[in-house]
Write a protein that binds this ligand. Structure first.
Ligand SMILES: Cc1cc2nc3c(=O)[nH]c(=O)nc-3n(C[C@H](O)[C@H](O)[C@H](O)COP(=O)(O)OP(=O)(O)OC[C@H]3O[C@@H](n4cnc5c(N)ncnc54)[C@H](O)[C@@H]3O)c2cc1C
Length: 522
């Protein structure tokens, strides 16, 4: 009898596995859905020994085609979705071991409701769960806007999101990874335990295979970054896996750090008559105490996109700003100190007024459900952009949305925003700018109306990438490079950086079997 772990020949039933949220489509010959590490190892080995390339998939919410297959076998990890244990250290830190297919939304919902399947948990885990139930509520902090992402996909992309302004990207919350190599060997890396010696790394798999290699010599930019392999001297080797986009191994187990939920939370959506006022507000808000959890931006194009789609049921419940409002900024405040929290809210209102906004029209939410509504506002912009392109693709299949993921040093934010608008005004492209402005990391989404606009938009993004790199920024701050930003990564680290990355991949995956085409061309 065929099990989910067995290889299935691709049929029309598998169409959903040929694409991700980049809307690129690929092709493959076979697919499997392992449910255990041993089945995953066996499938990797089987594919490699038949000379087949393998594409790893999580929840397929990625937007750089990293999980889109181009031939060979797909290993979809969605069925490896068990929470394996929970631990509480003597200093009160809770950590959880999960399989890679656990979904972010599901994990946080379980933490909220204490609904865990404890079959197979050891006594220590059951005791830790009891302790957690009588403790403060806890959560897993990284929050890519798309909560249906899997933990494996988030680790592979070092995903981050609005709240990363305070909590940092996924990397900061990962303590151990167990990985499976293309030949089926298993290894594990702990944060703080396996370190590189300068740029040299040397690890041994559980069955005794040696992996030796050199960490690339490029200097990573001093901004939020998810471009290429993490590389510094004397580093935690686990950090090479985080953000490696599935090019080195498949993750089979991940240990996560849980954090206590903040006692007080507020979401504030403030409106501004022009973009300069909004940016001034952002510059002041970054300095607030406590540091905001999120500072998000929406330009006039984003607000117009919402207005145009106001009748869409997806936007039900979402506050659509009135005409005449040019830009909006969403600030989220988290605190465990009531007085400090109240003062931060008051200060935010003052800053809105001082920087030219209208404090009276700002929307503030302090209860969880109302904050979720404001977060839906944030999610609605990329969702509407994707929908617009989805519609256009029906008649012009060759186009996709063209999205940037650049972050620049704070000192370069205003000049880069001006460069984006100036180029778009000149070319006449339809576009929106939104995102994580606290980290000087906004997304420009170009929405091409025809193939010519798609081609010129792509060229424009490469031009901006060069400018961003020159200013000390990154070509991808959170989405990763996947298959569609390969040229941008080359613009960032040059031929030398790319060949050092390839050499590192070869140490882990000598035949370049896993996720070919991600990060660099072969
Ligand atoms: C509307 C929308 C908004 C988004 N906003 C954000 C945002 O704010 N921030 C952000 O960071 N991202 C964002 N994303 C992108 C996406 O949600 C993240 O990249 C997410 O981390 C992908 O997770 P996934 O499980 O869907 O991975 P997939 O798309 O399935 O795969 C992504 C990559 O991870 C690799 N991979 C998956 N599982 C494993 C594994 N077990 N072992 C090794 N490699 C693996 C795949 O091969 C692929 O290269 C957004 C997406 C959408 C659709």
């Amino acid at each position: 009898m065929l099990t989910m772990s067995d290889f299935q020949t691709i049929s029309t039933d598998h169409a959903g596995y040929m694409r991700d949220e980049s809307r690129r489509t690929g092709h493959a010959e076979t697919i499997s859905f392992p449910t255990s590490e041993s089945a995953l190892a066996a499938n990797l080995k089987k594919a490699a020994s038949a000379g087949n390339k393998v594409t790893l998939q999580g929840a397929l919410t990625g937007i750089t085609a990293g999980a889109v297959p181009f031939g060979g076998h797909i290993i979809n990890l969605a069925r490896m979705d068990r929470i394996l244990n929970l631990k509480r250290s003597t200093d009160g830190l809770y950590t959880m071991t999960v399989q890679p297919g656990v979904l972010l939304a599901d994990l946080n919902k379980r933490l909220q409701d204490f609904k865990f399947c404890t079959n197979g948990w050891d006594d220590e885990s059951v005791a830790a769960l009891k302790s957690l139930q009588s403790d403060k509520p806890h959560f897993f902090a990284p929050d890519p806007t798309e909560a249906s992402a899997s933990i494996g996909g988030m680790v592979a992309c070092n995903a981050s999101g609005a709240r990363s302004f305070l909590y940092g990207p996924t990397r900061t919350h990962i303590l151990r990874i167990r990985g499976v190599l293309a030949d089926g060997s298993v290894f594990e890396l702990y944060r703080g335990r396996e370190k590189s010696n300068g740029r040299s790394l040397d690890i041994t798999t559980i069955d005794g295979r040696k992996i030796t290699g050199l960490i690339p010599s490029y200097r990573m930019p001093g901004v939020k970054n998810a471009s290429g392999y993490f590389a510094t001297e004397d580093m935690d080797i686990i950090d090479i896996l985080i953000g490696s986009e599935g090019t080195l191994c498949a993750f089979s187990e991940i240990d996560l750090k849980l954090l206590p939920c903040p006692q007080w939370m507020a979401g504030i959506l403030a409106y501004f008559p022009d973009e300069d006022s909004a940016v001034k507000f952002v510059e002041q808000t970054r300095l607030l105490t406590p540091k905001p959890a999120a500072i998000e931006f929406f330009d006039s194009g984003s607000l117009n996109l919402l207005r145009r789609n106001a009748a869409n049921p997806v936007l039900e419940d979402i506050p659509i700003p009135a005409k005449g409002i040019d830009s909006a900024v969403y600030v989220e405040l988290h605190s465990n100190n009531e007085r400090e929290f109240d003062e931060a809210i008051e200060k935010t209102a003052e800053l809105i007024a001082q920087t030219g906004g209208d404090a009276d029209s700002a929307i503030m939410a302090t209860d969880h459900r109302e904050i979720e509504k404001l977060k839906k506002f944030r999610h609605a912009v990329p969702e509407m952009a994707n929908m617009t392109i989805g519609e256009r693709k029906k008649t012009i299949p060759d186009i996709t949305k063209l999205g940037t993921d650049f972050a620049v040093p704070a000192s370069a934010l205003t000049s880069m925003l001006r460069a984006y608008h100036a180029a778009m005004a000149k070319s006449g492209h339809e576009y929106v700018i939104f995102g994580h402005i606290g980290d000087s990391h906004v997304h420009v989404n170009i929405l091409p109306r025809n193939k010519a606009e798609f081609d010129s938009g792509k060229m424009q993004i490469l031009e901006w990438a060069k400018q961003v790199v020159h200013l000390g920024g990154t070509v991808s701050a959170e989405h990763g490079v996947g298959k569609i930003k390969v040229a941008l990564l080359k613009a960032m680290y040059g031929e030398k950086g790319i060949s050092e990355m390839k050499a590192l991949k070869k140490s882990f995956d000598p035949d370049f079997s896993i996720n070919p085409g991600n990060l660099f061309e072969l």
